[in-house]
Design a binder for this molecule. Structure first.
Ligand SMILES: Nc1ncnc2c1ncn2[C@@H]1O[C@H](COP(=O)(O)OP(=O)(O)OP(=O)(O)O)[C@@H](O)[C@H]1O
Ligand SMILES: [Mg+2]
Length: 234
């Protein structure tokens, strides 16, 4: 479904990603793990068109992502839940969700999508007229994921959905990822929470200093010595 080949990317003269090759097949959940500053967020940004690769190719279902205007990448079926959620704090939950359905295609399906999101997150329905900035951390994450789902994506990019949440809420977020996933959506998820994320993904990539250092099934990753030592503390 998603294919990155030899992708380089960065900011100005600073190169953050080096020759990234990555695949996500339809229906899979794939994790990206790695330390702070490894380039995980940059990788998500380059897939959703927020920044452009300086080299290499990215395709989504055979269509060229790099040649697609940033605001049209949603039309390719890619939705991005950014790091730190980036909700509109002074807008209501309803209005934040509406922002996720701005393209014509999604607008037509608006009520249907809203119902889908409220089904997935009954809490959001209860809180629909509350300002997003006053939601709890876990609720804000639901709102951010809900907003991304409003565009009816095929591929959901999640950048550290569990960051800053209490352990019990972290658990709920991973349950949620499982549910979204079993609904047939393809997921690419960045996480610091290596132990947890490897329980919900099929495969994962280890990104260090802008380079893919290892990749494999969750089981393979769990038994890799470098991952055990550096990320699992065993
Ligand atoms: N807008 C920017 N301008 C310049 N450099 C940037 C910018 N954003 C990120 N970088 C740099 O790119 C590198 C990769 O950053 P990135 O945010 O992708 O890391 P990350 O793996 O997501 O880290 P974290 O786990 O802390 O979120 C870092 O060295 C960072 O300082
Ligand atoms: Mg990041």
């Amino acid at each position: 479904m998603l294919e990155l080949r030899s992708v380089d990317a960065g900011y100005g003269t600073f190169q953050a990603l080096f020759g990234i090759n990555l695949d996500v097949r339809a229906g899979e959940a794939v994790g990206v793990i790695g330390p702070n500053g490894a380039g995980k967020t940059t990788l998500m940004r380059v897939i959703s068109g927020l920044i452009r690769p300086t080299k290499g190719t990215i395709s989504m279902e055979g269509r060229d992502v790099v040649a697609t205007a940033a605001h049209r990448i949603v039309d390719l079926g890619i939705a991005h839940v950014p790091e730190n959620r980036r909700l509109f704090p002074r807008l209501t939950v309803d209005d934040n969700l509406k922002m996720g359905a701005y393209m014509p295609g999604a607008r037509a399906k608006y009520s249907e999508r809203l119902e889908f999101v409220f089904d997935l997150f009954p809490r959001m329905k209860e809180r629909r007229s509350q300002m997003a900035g006053t939601l709890s951390g876990g609720e804000q994450q639901m709102c951010a994921i809900g907003r991304a789902l409003m565009s009816d994506p095929k591929l959901l990019l999640l950048d550290e959905p569990s960051a800053g949440l209490a352990p019990v809420v972290v658990q709920q977020v991973f349950e949620l990822v499982k549910r979204i996933r079993s609904g047939g959506l393809t997921v690419l998820i960045v996480e610091q929470n290596v132990q947890q994320v490897l329980k919900v993904v099929d495969r994962a990539y280890l990104l260090e200093a802008g380079t893919i250092r290892a990749s494999g099934t969750s089981e393979e990753m769990l038994s890799t010595d470098t991952i055990k030592q550096a990320y699992l503390g065993v």
